[in-house]
Design a protein around this ligand. Structure first.
Ligand SMILES: Nc1ncnc2c1ncn2[C@@H]1O[C@H](COP(=O)(O)OP(=O)(O)OP(=O)(O)O)[C@@H](O)[C@H]1O
Length: 650
């Protein structure tokens, strides 16, 4: 699929032949891993983690965006209604996943309370030395075990469901985006880089899928757990919870201050790297010393940033440990006053750790969500694109009454990517039915542009192109390209399938007999049957296992199989050696009989038999006639002939 897209987007030739037919789940690194075992009142730890993480996160986000995009592209808007269209078919699975995740989160809230119960049993046993310890502990222990089991099952369940939803949504998005890209006209591929398109099909969709799964699963769990455990904390000990809430704003304030300083440093470092990357594009030897200075500066800022983060982590470690100590101290006081049991203290510490983990995970998820939304927005931007030249709709001319006469009337044209550069200026030309017209002229004069306009790869800026007196813009494009015009150019695009499939690409419903007949007309049958696998021979990627002349004859067969009324040959033999050219020319001579033919040629020797030869210069036709007429005129054409003969002798 991607190969097809690269093929379509990288050069116009493949685009033309196509146009004729028409998890790694990224788990965010937990910040402050060193603090893993700290049992601190969560809210307090979170502020530290949150701000520290934001600094990292910002650096990460920027690192993923190409310099060019950071500099120029505004982030497109995320369209929720488009996402809804993809999610709708998976709604049942999604609701199931949400319910299971919610259930798992509720059970997670119960676990600290159950642990507290267990500790109370142990403490009572120590205090009262009861003999039936096993009997007493069995029930709460089994309950806890059951809770762990159910929680595990629910977790597996929602992860399975969510990954199913994520994969299907991503696959649907990829298919729809690919189809949407294939519908675009050639001007779109002129303006957009292949890498960018492939990136949207792969990296952006992957990023969106990972974020989607992560945000729903962990987001739901974390929010539920945070709220639930907070309620538990309050129920266990309103006093301890109150203490926590008093300390919180101080820590959040300090964290915010240091966090904003670190973010500033991170931004500075990013800007430095960005400037370096941009400057490098234009850098000459003379400015290399300056660039080294830039690199040193960036290194210095990064070192400062590293030191800042390290100090921040160290300080938050100390703060968190002190808070655990403080909680145990305050809890111990409450226990000694019989206002709290040891089990309650245990529950408080475990619940607060759950809140701490959940809040830290929410802070990570926030960064992930921003990334996911911008990836999704980039994908949706291309999904919503409408081609300026629609592939279907419009009239058709019945085959029996189609004569194949083409008129270019007062055509002016500039490529959309270069609107100021006019290629054709009031260009006029008629291709009479069943006649061969050749266009010659200097390189870059606009000959291939005439063929592109006839194929409707672009529409003229002004003027009209008519088929049998009808403006081609009013005709059904799929019919026009698929049945009326056959196009053969210098670089035929073959796909890595069999010869049979490659020829059938011109007319998907063709029978084997039709394929063989087209191959015979194209002088290709003999060499194809000479292969051990005949028509089933696989031609290799882009036809690498065939010679230039063989590829060209398969392309001719592909064009002939649809029995087109008009044939466009754009430098069809110019890439071939003399022997291959002779064989291909023979095929072409046969193929052009009885059709309206437009030949664009470099080698003038190949078009001497044309009914009309037109010489192009400065965007219009300046001379026209047969070979002999033009020679006797002694104008531009005879000049070109003379020059080519002189070059041939060299
Ligand atoms: N896709 C495009 N976008 C912008 N400009 C283009 C595009 N394709 C061609 N051009 C420009 O249009 C002009 C005419 O190109 P065209 O290919 O029609 O010339 P040509 O006469 O066929 O040349 P040659 O004989 O070398 O094939 C050239 O200046 C070329 O640079």
């Amino acid at each position: 699929m991607l190969q097809l897209l690269c093929c379509r987007a990288s050069i116009t030739a493949p685009v033309r032949s196509l146009a004729v037919r028409q998890s790694t789940v990224r788990t965010p690194k937990p910040p402050g891993v060193a603090l893993k075992f700290i049992l601190g009142p969560a809210v307090l730890t979170v502020s530290a983690r949150l701000f520290c993480h934001v600094a990292h996160c910002e650096a990460d986000v920027n690192n993923n965006i190409p310099v060019e995009a950071v500099a120029k592209n505004p982030v497109p808007e995320f369209k929720w209604h488009i996402l809804w269209e993809f999610v709708k078919p998976q709604l049942f699975a999604l609701i199931g996943a949400v319910v299971l995740a919610f259930g798992a989160a509720i059970l997670n809230i119960q676990i600290p309370l159950m642990l507290g119960e267990l500790v109370n049993v142990v403490a009572r046993h120590l205090r009262e030395q009861t003999r039936n310890y096993v009997q007493e502990i069995r029930d709460p222990a089994l309950k806890l075990l059951g809770l762990y089991g159910i929680q595990g099952l629910l977790t597996s369940g929602y992860i399975i469901l969510l990954s199913r939803v994520g994969e299907r949504v991503a696959a649907d998005m990829r298919k729809t985006l690919f189809a949407s890209l294939l519908r675009q006209d050639v001007a779109f591929f002129d303006a957009n880089k292949t890498g960018q398109l492939v990136n949207r099909l792969t990296a952006d969709i992957q990023e969106f899928k990972s974020s989607f799964k992560l945000v729903i699963s962990q987001g739901l769990r974390s929010v539920t757990q945070t709220v639930g455990c907070f309620v538990s904390l309050y129920i266990i000990s309103p006093k301890l919870t109150g203490l926590t809430v008093v300390v919180l704003p101080c820590l959040v304030g300090a964290g915010a201050l240091i966090g904003s300083f670190l973010r500033k440093l991170s931004r500075l470092s990013q800007e430095q790297v960005m400037h370096f990357a941009q400057d490098l594009c234009y850098c000459t030897i003379s400015c290399i010393r300056f660039e080294f200075y830039g690199l040193d500066k960036s290194c210095e800022i990064n070192e400062n940033l590293g030191t800042g983060i390290a100090v921040f982590q160290g300080m938050s470690n100390i703060a968190l440990n002190c808070i655990v100590l403080g909680t145990i101290f305050a809890g111990g006081t409450l226990i000694s006053r019989s206002e709290m049991s040891p089990g309650d203290l245990m529950s408080f510490l475990v619940a607060s750790q759950t809140v701490q983990r959940s809040l830290a995970s929410i802070s990570i998820l926030f960064g992930q969500m921003v990334r996911g939304l911008s990836s999704g927005a980039r994908v949706f931007e291309y999904l919503a694109l409408k081609p300026t030249i629609p592939l279907s709709g419009g009239g058709r001319i019945p085959y029996n009454s189609l004569t194949g006469r083409v008129d270019f009337t007062d055509i002016s044209f500039s490529y959309p990517t270069r609107p100021g550069h006019q290629i054709l200026k009031k260009f006029n030309l008629t291709l009479p039915p069943s006649k061969t017209v050749a266009i010659v002229g200097e390189s870059g004069g606009g000959k291939s542009t005439v063929a592109s306009l006839l194929e409707r790869f672009y529409d003229p800026t002004s003027g009209v192109i008519m088929l049998d007196g009808l403006d081609i813009r009013t005709l059904d494009l799929a019919w026009f390209r698929g049945q009326v015009i056959g196009f053969i150019n210098q670089e035929p695009v073959l796909f890595g399938s069999s010869v049979m499939e490659n020829i059938r690409f011109g007319k998907p419903e063709a029978t084997d007999a039709e394929v063989i007949n087209a191959a015979k007309q194209a002088n290709a049958h003999r060499f194809i049957t000479g292969f051990p696998d005949g028509y089933n021979t696989v031609v290799g990627e882009r036809g690498v296992t065939l010679s230039g002349g063989q590829k060209q004859r398969i392309a001719i067969a592909r064009a002939l199989i649809k029995n087109p009324s008009i044939l466009v040959l754009d430098e069809a033999t110019s890439a071939l050696d003399a022997e291959s050219e002779r064989v291909v020319q023979e095929a072409l001579d046969r193929a052009t009989k009885g059709r309206t033919v437009l030949i664009i040629a470099h080698r003038l020797s190949t078009i001497q038999g044309a009914d009309l030869i037109c010489v192009m210069s400065d965007g219009r036709i300046v001379e026209a006639g047969t070979h002999l007429e033009l020679l006797s005129k002694g104008g531009l054409y005879s000049d070109l002939i003379r020059r080519q003969r002189a070059e041939g002798k060299k």
